[in-house]
Every structure is written in structure tokens, then in C-alpha cells.
Design a protein around this ligand. Structure first.
Ligand code: ZN
Ligand code: ZN
Length: 401
């Protein structure tokens, strides 16, 4: 592979995050040719049905910059979601410095909590300085004074100015669930962590992602998280410690890969991305832990990787049935599709037609709960009266025996 600089690598990530035909998971370096130029504006996701997660920072507690940890990266918690033209950042750790320079729509931040490793990137986030830019930041703030929550760090003597004094329009709002951001729906659940934390369940066109960072697996929180994550396509889960390390770190507010696996299984979710890597963990150790788990759908997050949960038409079709009248498909959500119409029911209607020697069966996809045998055979082409036929949105004949 061609030698590339870290800067080019990050630019490549931004290009990937912008959705340049990326529907695969990639990890590692992006070839130079794919890297975006400094001035290239961000493009909207390739397709409006793309739902991508870009890991901008997966390190926990503190950023690190050591040669032995660069494969997984040293930037702290920041994950960028793009779907339906929206951009949502889950936390704003130092990984935010690799965020794109432009957005199709103003970005929205969901902060799980205000520990410094989760808000460290905001101070140098250049978007906030753009005059015409708009940003909304949702923060945990019980009393409604959301801005004050961030000013705890972003005000003198800790920082020269408040985030609202950067020149752009910044709205800081308290969490309120469910939250609707364009077509994206976000639900929240309180987790177990010193000072509190929010977990998020994010849905877009039938795909679901759960974010549970800085989460200690105490009861009843862990059981609640299992329900909260039920059937998710992807779970991001805090795995800062091994089960053995955890024994001496109880109450620190973090969990283990073992509990992550239990969560994955019990919630019947699709994939597990382990996050919030301990700052002292090396690439070698993380690779070893990953190999020990040895499962395709479980990984430790790598800074820069993009995971696509695209809900393309092909993805939504679970099974296509080549019927003897029309080809139709069963969709993941249990409905049926034929031509451009979606139907609630698949009805098999059997009976004997007048003067027939044996029974006939008609299969209709239908939005009508019940179709009588007489209706079924008349609408199958026997009747000369147009009133006997269904409108295409009502029902369609797909099989006949
Ligand atoms: Zn943290
Ligand atoms: Zn924390």
C-alpha cells in the first residue's frame, strides 16, 4: 500500500463519511486517490437511504498519541451518523477534529454526558466559527439550563470563551425524548455511570443503532439496556475493561467485552462494536482481545472506519417469490411487495369453482383482511364486470393453482 500521511488518512475518512459509494465496512488506510482535498466541500450521502456511522474517535477517558495505538486510534469519543441528509454526532471528544468542513444540513450533537473526554473536541471545532453556520447541541441538563452545563468547561479560566461566542449560531438544548431529527428518531435511556449518562437508540428507515458508551453493567440498568437494544442492527458498547480488570474497577462506570457479548445475544441484535478503549491499551492487546472473541459481528472500533447500515431496496427484500402469475417479495418488516405496491396480507384462498372437477387456490397480496373465494376467482379474470376487480392498491393476484 502506498505510504500516506495521517492527514491524508483523515481526509480520506471524511470522503468516506461523505458517502462516496461506500456501502462496506473499511478499516485501515484509504488510498491517496480517494482522499478529499482540503477545500473540497462535503458531498451529501450517495443515496438518501444511506445510514452510515463513522468512528472519529473511540478512545476512552483521555486521548493518546503513541505509535503502539494508532491502528485503533487515540482520539476520544466521537461518532458521526449520516442519514437522510442529516448529520448527527454522538459525543464530541477529540475525534471531532476529524469532522467534515461542510454539511448538507446543520449538524446536531447528542452528548451522552459531559465528562471531558466527550466534549473535548468542541473547543477547536472550526464549524462553530463559520458565520453562517448553525449547530444544535443536545446536552444532559435536568434543570433546563443547558448552556450552563457546557460553560462549565468552555469559559474562563478553563477556556477563553463560551461556545456561543464563536461567531456562528449555536443552540444548546436539554435532552428530550423521543427526538425527531428529519427522518431520524432518537430515544434515550439513562445508564449507569458516575454523574449519569444517556444511551441513545437511533432509528432511520427500519435500521436501528444503539449507543451505550460509559456504561457500567449494574442492575437494573443492564436489563433495561437489553430491552432498549432489542433487535438493533448495531450496538456500540463500552468495553474499556476485561472481566478480570473490572474486578478492581467497579464503580468507575465502564463495562467489559464479555457483557457486550451478553447484551448482543440477549437483545438479539445484529452487530456489536466495542468502544471506549482504555488509554493504556495497545493495538496488539486490542487485536488479541478481538481474536479471542473470534466473531465476525463483534469488533473493537477503529478510528476512521465507516459502517453502513444502508437500507437499500435490495436489503429490505428478504425473499423474492417467483409466483406463476406475478413475482413478489416478502419484506423484512413482514409486509409484501408487488410492482410498486406494498401489501399487509398474503391470502391463500381455496375452494371449488362452479362446475369444476377439483379445488383451486388463489394467492392474493392484499390490504383487505379477507377476500371470499367467489371474489378471488371473479377478480382472477373470470368476471366481465369491472366492479369485480381490485384496484392495484387493494389487492393483486400473485399465484393461481
Ligand atoms: Zn468517557
Ligand atoms: Zn464518562
Amino acid at each position: 500500500m502506498k505510504e500516506i500521511t495521517r492527514r491524508q488518512f483523515i481526509q480520506g475518512l471524511a470522503a468516506g463519511a461523505a458517502g462516496i459509494g461506500l456501502s462496506r465496512v473499511f478499516h485501515g488506510l484509504v488510498p491517496e486517490a480517494e482522499a478529499a482535498s482540503d477545500s473540497a466541500p462535503e458531498k451529501a450521502p450517495a443515496s438518501s437511504s444511506d445510514f452510515t456511522l463513522t468512528v472519529l474517535g473511540a478512545r476512552g477517558s483521555s486521548p493518546v498519541c503513541r505509535g503502539d495505538s494508532m491502528a485503533f486510534g487515540g482520539s476520544t469519543s466521537c461518532y458521526m451518523l449520516r442519514a437522510g441528509g442529516e448529520t448527527i454526532f454522538l459525543d464530541a471528544g477529540s475525534g471531532l477534529l476529524s469532522a467534515p468542513a461542510e454539511y448538507p444540513k446543520p449538524p446536531v450533537f447528542l452528548l451522552s454526558h459531559l465528562h471531558v473526554d466527550h466534549i473535548l473536541g468542541l473547543g477547536m471545532y472550526s464549524w462553530l466559527s463559520k458565520k453562517e453556520a448553525e449547530t444544535t447541541i443536545y446536552v444532559p441538563a435536568e434543570d433546563g439550563d443547558a448552556l450552563q452545563a457546557l460553560d462549565g468547561l468552555y469559559s474562563p479560566p478553563y477556556w477563553p470563551l463560551s461556545l456561543t461566542a464563536y461567531g456562528s449560531t449555536v443552540q444548546v438544548l436539554p435532552h428530550g425524548f423521543p427526538l425527531q431529527i428529519g427522518e431520524i428518531t432518537v430515544d434515550g435511556m439513562k445508564g449507569c455511570h458516575p454523574g449519569g449518562v444517556w444511551c441513545f437508540r437511533i432509528r432511520f428507515r427500519g435500521k436501528t443503532l444503539v449507543y451505550a458508551s460509559d456504561f457500567e453493567h449494574e442492575e437494573p440498568y443492564f436489563s433495561e439496556l437489553i430491552e432498549f437494544s432489542r433487535g438493533a442492527d448495531l450496538i456500540l458498547y463500552d468495553a474499556q475493561y476485561t472481566a478480570e480488570e473490572y474486578e478492581t474497577k467497579k464503580g468507575f462506570g465502564h463495562s467489559t467485552a464479555e457483557k457486550g457479548l451478553e447484551l448482543l445475544e440477549r437483545s438479539e441484535a445484529g452487530q456489536l462494536l466495542l468502544i471506549h478503549h482504555d488509554p493504556f491499551l495497545t493495538d496488539r492487546q486490542l487485536l488479541d482481545r478481538e481474536a479471542q472473541i473470534g466473531r465476525d459481528n463483534v469488533r473493537f472500533a477503529r478510528e476512521g472506519e465507516v459502517i453502513s447500515l444502508s437500507c437499500t431496496e435490495n436489503d429490505a427484500v428478504k425473499e423474492t417469490i417467483a409466483g406463476n402469475v406475478k413475482t413478489y417479495s416478502r419484506l423484512n418488516d413482514g409486509t409484501w411487495q408487488c410492482d410498486d405496491y406494498i401489501y399487509q396480507y398474503r391470502l391463500e384462498i381455496s375452494g371449488r369453482m362452479p362446475n369444476a372437477a377439483k379445488d383451486s387456490t388463489f394467492v392474493y397480496l392484499s390490504n383487505i383482511e379477507e377476500i371470499s373465494f367467489e371474489q378471488a376467482y371473479r377478480a382472477a379474470g373470470i368476471s366481465s364486470d369491472l366492479n369485480d376487480y381490485f384496484a392495484p392498491e387493494e389487492a393483486v393476484l400473485v399465484e393461481m393453482n
